[in-house]
Design a protein around this ligand. Structure first.
Ligand SMILES: [Zn+2]
Length: 406
């Protein structure tokens, strides 16, 4: 069997699929705006949004195209094996060489598209607050974290596979799940590396938010404000941590741009996620996803012929990781991603209902409209794309559901 051709064909199919999605998104900018969200943008802003959306989509299409060309060339020319060949024969050195090479390449391309996205497009439309220095530091930090995690993960995979053979599948899934849990625990610490968090100041807002929480006998470790305005003008709020260790983070932009009622409405929505244990449920789904990934990881290290087709003498664990990420998972991810986003959209509607129950229906509508305006959201996305990959329902559908409940 010509494994090289199979891998290249699959990689081409998944790349084309990605480009097709970006193209559908590009085309959907022309969709008519639903009646209940017509007041989000005025005519001039709407024209600006169209241009913005078009530029974003073109960049994504171009980015996918370039990465398809580069990775195809690297695969065709057996470049990964050539890089590994520069180092000694040890399994660890060989996997390290391939992973570092891959991380450097992906960071270079990620940095170029990230630069165009953040420093050119977002800048042009007034969303970027990141300075060149912050941008470069972010890139270096993400390269360091990516390399560290990949090397750690693949080394564990390699050690398990060599020690246990096929039994590695389940163990690997358990280890990866352990690592994801650890990262979720450590995430508040990681995110603290690049941002400042201050406790929400005393006053009416804190009192109202706190009473919203205590009325449900619910405990939250802290309500913090993150200095997101250093990087972006966009607003957001999210939960971190598990169980009793929950911390609610509000972007400072949210505090600066929304009314008291609107902030409470957004917060009541987050509370809805908390009451429904949506983070936990998402973790459980991630576990199912990880099991699929583990089976694929097993497949990626179980067929030396595939590695030999790309110039390796035997199995290279670093290359297995690349095969897994760029080819195998890209093939499965659209399906698992679709199921998980369907659930996520359901959870979003449910969290909205919580805000309405708390009496913030009207404030949630005006808050969501403000968020959509600030985030320059797509008001009439393609129905197909919503089903395939939207984690949040479109604004007009959310407003319709809120109105119905009120
Ligand atoms: Zn939500």
């Amino acid at each position: 069997m010509n494994y090289k051709a199979i891998v290249l064909v699959v990689f081409t199919i998944v790349s084309m699929y990605q480009m097709a999605l970006h193209f559908i998104q590009y085309r959907s900018a022309g969709n008519p705006t639903p009646e209940n969200v017509k007041d989000v943008y005025d005519a001039q802003t709407y024209q600006r949004w169209k241009k913005y959306s078009g530029e974003k989509c073109r960049l994504q299409i171009l980015g996918t195209l370039i990465s398809w060309v580069v990775v195809s060339i690297l695969l065709l020319t057996n470049a990964y094996a050539a890089v590994a060949g520069l180092f000694s024969d040890g399994v660890f050195m060989q996997l390290l060489a391939v992973l570092v090479f891959d991380a450097v390449i992906s960071t270079i391309f990620g940095a170029i598209t990230g630069y165009v996205d953040q420093m050119i497009i977002e800048q042009k439309y007034g969303f970027n607050r990141s300075t060149m220095k912050t941008f470069v530091m972010d890139q270096i930090r993400s390269l360091a974290i990516e390399m560290l995690l990949n090397v750690l993960l693949v080394s564990i995979l390699a050690a398990l596979h060599r020690a246990l053979g096929n039994w590695m599948v389940l163990l690997f899934a358990a280890v990866v799940f352990g690592i994801t849990l650890l990262i979720s625990f450590l995430y508040p610490i990681f995110s603290r590396l690049g941002n400042k968090f201050v406790p929400l100041e005393e006053g009416e807002l804190k009192e109202r938010l706190t009473s919203l929480l205590t009325s449900h006998g619910y405990h939250v470790k802290a309500i913090e404000v993150m200095d997101a305005s250093r990087r972006t003008t966009k607003s957001n709020a999210y939960f971190t941590g598990f169980g009793h260790m929950k911390t609610i983070v509000l972007y400072d932009n949210l505090i600066n741009t929304m009314t008291l009622d609107e902030i409470c409405a957004v917060f009541a929505h987050e509370l809805g996620h908390g009451l429904n244990k949506d983070v936990l449920k998402q973790q459980i789904m991630n576990m199912g996803n990880l099991l699929i990934m583990a089976v694929m990881a097993w497949a990626a290290v179980s067929f030396p012929q595939v590695h030999q087709a790309f110039g390796f003498e035997e199995i290279n664990y670093g290359f297995a990781y690349i095969l897994l990420g760029t080819v195998m998972l890209s093939l499965v991810q659209p399906v698992t991603g679709m199921l998980m986003s369907a659930y996520s959209r359901f959870a979003e509607f449910r969290a909205d209902r919580q805000a309405v129950t708390e009496g913030y229906g009207e404030a949630l509508i005006s808050g969501l409209k403000k968020l959509a305006r600030e985030n320059f959201a797509h008001l009439a996305p393609s129905k197909l794309l919503v089903v395939l990959e939207y984690s949040h329902p479109p604004l007009s559908a959310r407003i319709e559901a809120i109105e119905k409940q009120k």
